[in-house]
Design a protein around this ligand. Structure first.
Ligand code: AHR
Length: 532
């Protein structure tokens, strides 16, 4: 209630009741309430960055990717074939490789996803015209010609300069099949699989560190109970051998969202045999429209709130892991995450092709802040998926390619790769929508190897700017510079006709004086500042 209305009401009460003492009590209470509200409103947003307490490294693999044989991610996205008029290197699109090198893609997960548990790797080697085809039963029941297989994937990773992460088939495969795949890729001596690799044109073994033992085995990967999968994990992982100096980093299928029981059983029964466990969480879409680009503020709020839920998930799964692994030897690898909207009108529903707006950029930015702030346990994350599927970085149409707002967040946040996390304390106002509220701001900070400090800020409120005072505890800054991603509309997105509708720009709405930094964050924005 506004102050003048309250006073009016009180005056009326005086006239009608003439009970002066009661009125004074009410009046005083009202004044106290009004001034408390005013104080809450005027309380500045404050951030303390404890620079001297930096300890943990933000593993660059937190900025990892996921590519599945799904829709147009592999075919048309990465792979166009050697005879394509689209410029390519051994069948792999040059424009895509260049764009992903720009964001320093650190690791790429393949071949799925649900596809991984029905993939038989031997179908994807040898002369392409002789490779058998299969039906991709999960994704649109289309014919998969297996033209993109092990050699093409590892070539892609070499072109990208990133680590490969292969997910093996537990759901419909065999232990022997998975064991032979590792031998095929990494064995250097004479062996049936290494000889087959040589026959297929690759003499030297590759190095593959990250190896997943099945995908979503609680669902599309076999509908297993955690007790059953934990035993299978132990069995499969026994036969995954280290050859020729290649050390495998074995990753168990993790829980879906808040399935804490899965984490508990896996850690208890198989924790000592794994290097990592991989939870999945998709933050869905908005509340009503589910469209990637036509949504209301209600949808914006609901989507961001669901993205922030990652904080609770990571904290609670970490607490269970701490029980069995207090030294944090086993990593959490969130190897599928992102926003999942309705497919674009007129596209195959099994292809999961969606547009990508400023809202998705905010989803990515808060998720990265959460992962950064939990980097003592979270060592890898893989957004779903790199090209043309779900929360993509890149969309393609024939020879055309556009970069999404989410791509720009990866670009802005690459300064955190392998930097030292700086602990932060943030006190901020809320972004209220209807009866619900979330903190309006979201932050993480790090110091890179040259000593430069980077702070990534999100203002989640789509209507109000936020003033923030930052105290750099333990350091003084000489100069700073920044970049921003924002737009006039919440729904802003790039299209093939307007590929630069939303992009990053230089940002200078801040003042740095010694250890105090004052920043004005525009509504619905992502800002990254670098301080020397
Ligand atoms: O990323 C799309 C699908 O989502 C993956 O194939 C599956 O693992 C998850 O359910």
């Amino acid at each position: 209630m506004k102050c003048d209305k309250l006073m009016k009401l009180l005056a009326q009460t005086v006239a009608s009741r003439k009970t002066a003492s009661l009125v004074w009590i009410v009046l005083l209470t009202g004044v106290v309430l009004v001034s408390a509200t005013a104080e809450a409103k005027s309380k500045p947003n404050e951030l303390v960055i404890r620079i001297e307490e930096g300890r943990d490294t933000i593993n660059r693999n937190i900025y990892g990717h996921f590519s599945e044989h799904l829709g147009r991610c592999i075919y048309e996205g990465f792979w166009v074939g050697e005879d394509s008029p689209i410029p390519n290197t051994r069948g792999i699109r040059n424009d895509v490789v260049e764009a992903l090198r720009q964001i320093k893609i650190p690791v790429l997960r393949w071949p799925g996803g649900c596809f991984a548990d029905e993939y038989h790797w031997k179908d994807g080697i040898g002369p392409r015209e002789k490779r058998p085809s299969m039906v991709n039963t999960h994704w649109g029941k289309v014919t998969e010609n297996n033209h993109f297989g092990t050699h093409e994937f590892l070539d892609l990773c070499e072109q990208l300069g990133c680590e490969p992460y292969i997910c093996g088939n537990v759901g419909s495969g065999t232990i022997l099949e998975m064991q032979e795949w590792v031998e095929y890729i990494t064995f250097d001596g004479k062996s049936p699989m290494a000889d087959l690799r040589r026959k297929n044109g690759r003499d030297k073994p590759w190095k593959v560190k990250y190896w997943g033992v099945g995908n979503e085995n609680w669902g599309c990967g076999g509908r297993m109970r955690p007790e059953y999968y934990a035993d299978l994990y132990r069995r499969y992982s026994t036969y995954l051998r280290n050859f020729a100096g290649n050390r495998l980093y074995k990753i168990a299928c993790g829980p879906s969202g808040a399935n804490y029981h899965w984490t508990e059983v896996l850690m208890r029964e198989a924790g000592r045999h794994m290097n990592g466990i991989a939870p999945h969480y998709y933050c869905g879409s908005g509340k009503k429209s589910r469209s990637a680009t036509r949504f209301s503020e209600e949808d914006w709020f609901a989507q961001i709130k669901r993205a922030l839920y990652m904080e609770e998930l990571v904290s609670k799964h970490s607490a269970i892991m701490d029980k069995y692994d207090p030294e944090k030897r086993v990593a959490m690898l969130v190897d599928e995450w992102g926003a999942w909207h309705k497919v674009e009108p007129g596209t195959n529903p099994g292809f999961l092709y969606q547009q990508n707006s400023l809202r998705d950029a905010l989803v990515a930015a808060v998720t990265f802040n959460i992962f950064n702030n939990h980097c003592d346990r979270v060592k890898m994350a893989n957004i779903a998926q790199t090209i043309n599927v779900l929360q993509a970085m890149i969309l393609t149409k024939g020879e055309k390619m556009i970069l999404t707002p989410t791509y720009h967040v990866f670009d802005m946040y690459k300064v955190h790769h392998d930097a030292t996390l700086l602990p932060v304390e943030l006190e901020c106002g809320d972004y209220q929508f209807g009866d619900e509220k979330i903190p309006a701001l979201n932050v993480s900070a790090s110091r890179d190897k040259t000593g430069k400090i980077h702070i990534s800020f999100c203002n989640l409120d789509p209507k109000n700017i936020a003033e923030l005072i930052c105290k750099l505890r333990g350091a003084k800054g000489q100069n700073a510079s920044g970049r921003i991603l924002t737009a006039d509309a919440m729904t802003a997105h790039n299209t093939f006709d307007n590929p630069e509708a939303i992009s990053t720009a230089a940002f200078d709405d801040f003042k740095l004086k010694g250890d105090i930094l004052r920043v004005t964050l525009p509504s619905k924005s992502v800002v990254v500042l670098g301080i020397k």
